[in-house]
Design a protein around this ligand. Sequence first.
Ligand SMILES: NC(=O)c1ccc[n+]([C@@H]2O[C@H](COP(=O)([O-])OP(=O)(O)OC[C@H]3O[C@@H](n4cnc5c(N)ncnc54)[C@H](OP(=O)(O)O)[C@@H]3O)[C@@H](O)[C@H]2O)c1
Length: 334
Amino acid sequence: MRAYVLEHFGGPEGARLIDVPSPAPRPRDILVDVRAAGLNPVDFKFRQGKLRAILRPKLPFVLGNEFAGEVVAAGSDVTRFRVGDRVFARVAKDRAGAFAEQACVDEVHAAHMPRDLDFATAAAVPLAGLTALQALRDELGVKPGQNVFISGGAGGVGTFAIQIAKSLGAHVTTTASRRGEALVRSLGCDEVIDYTSQNVSNAGRRFDAGFDLIGGKTLEQMFEIMKPGTKVVSVAALPEPQTAIKDLAGGRALAAMFWIVSYGIRSRARRAGISYRYLFMHPDGSELAQLAELIEQGRLKVVVDKTYPFAEISEALAYVERGRAKGKVVVTMS
Ligand SMILES: NC(=O)c1ccc[n+]([C@@H]2O[C@H](COP(=O)([O-])OP(=O)(O)OC[C@H]3O[C@@H](n4cnc5c(N)ncnc54)[C@H](OP(=O)(O)O)[C@@H]3O)[C@@H](O)[C@H]2O)c1
């Protein structure tokens, strides 16, 4: 089968589309004919070697973290899926393998695709959709009537986050450039700050929950606009000890390393009277089924910016790497 394989860490030349053997399903795995795969910033960060401290992959390694496709075989312990089912999944972080004509996934990480959704649109959901759900509902516990601030609302995660925060009953403010403003408003965002001309600190109100997709100065400014005692969850800044313990099942050494790297951010948050959490999202088939239900009910739209043929996956990844995508980027296999 064709697969996009990482041969060495670094620039785009480190990954190539080549022929490799199909993966063999483990007892709890389904083997899927991949019809489309979603791309994410984690794919180029992984290629650059930025996640080596956490994931330690052995090269060569088939890249790709989410897909949609059709089940062609099931391991002996699989109970929820049958050959012919249309499924989508965020695969386990240490297995990846979605940028391929066939991929295996543990059945607990997969869900049935929303009815009436094509493969390309379904492939755009798992990673970004689950990230937004886990941050807003599970980590921040967003409640009706709360003011929620989301930085970077026009990208892959942001387009899900705005809608999920709205569906939880929040009043939502986000940052976007003029290129993204119409999109975020169309998704229900109440207030938009043009980050190219305005400072986040001028938001004009205090927030009950913050979800950061940008990091750096934006995150620091977010600390200034939160109500005391509230929490900011970032997926774009630096990991902290809870990331090691809760998200990565890591030991004390990893937690200590993250304590050191996040010291500055945590100190700033503490001075502002708020708590800081870096979330590393996790695959979850039952949560993905909840997103599928929202999509079927017409309460969650999937925004796909560009779709590329699989043969052009390097171009697709270069587009994601430029950081201007409005919604998600997808490759289709056939
Ligand atoms: N930890 C985790 O589990 C996890 C999970 C998912 C994602 N992430 C991380 O979360 C971040 C966002 O992911 P994504 O998929 O949403 O990225 P993305 O789709 O590549 O985001 C692109 C969007 O960001 C906007 N943007 C760029 N700079 C901005 C700024 N300074 N302020 C506001 N908007 C800005 C761009 O709008 P303009 O073109 O209009 O500027 C563009 O529409 C990435 O760093 C990713 O690695 C982490």
